[in-house]
Design a protein around this ligand. Sequence first.
Ligand code: AMP
Length: 214
Amino acid sequence: MDIILLGPPGAGKGTQAQRLVAEHAMRQLSTGDMLRAAVKGATPVGLEAKAVMERGELVSDEIVSALIDAELTAMGPDTGAIFDGYPRTAAQAASLDEILARHGRKLDHVIELEVNEDALVERITGRFTCARCGAGYHDVFNRPKVDGVCDVCGSTEFKRRPDDNAETVRTRMAEYRAKTAPILPLYEARGIVSRVDGMGAIEEVTAAIDGILG
Ligand code: AMP
């Protein structure tokens, strides 16, 4: 099964993708994570993407679609894909159709996480992850059980994304509204869009998504 998680920055796409991966035989394909890895490794893609990401703008369609294509090739046909943060433009949606067809795959669901935009800035500016295993946390909504220690792997090192600041978040929201939200009707016309209330507790949102996946 292949699904897209769609929603503005801070809607909980990454959190939910990580939980779905743990429950189902699926893989999270986050172009944001791939790009951050490229920036960290100072690869040619990373060098090109770094400043764009810091401004909260979108990296070129060609770069992100090539990343997705390569991941699907490496994954093989038996593992389901959770597209997290891709596609983000009409051109990427068209590329995804072409890429999936070439890999003999098809999209089963597009799940839109509906959220109140006012809550997003607080969600985003408070979030941090374990530097070792990537588990996600939040200063207010999802603290580690023991302060300063990762619940999952016990690491005491955490990190915050450089683009998770109030100013960049506003650009990221504007990009979402202008370029990403308009791709929804394309999938609606195919009858594969479901909407989930993304404002509920993390477990409630996962349960709602599980209900859609069946
Ligand atoms: P994310 O982790 O999904 O919030 O992505 C972080 C940043 O990476 C975005 O603000 C963009 O600069 C870039 N990015 C991630 N995915 C894409 C994509 N599909 N298309 C263009 N830029 C992307």
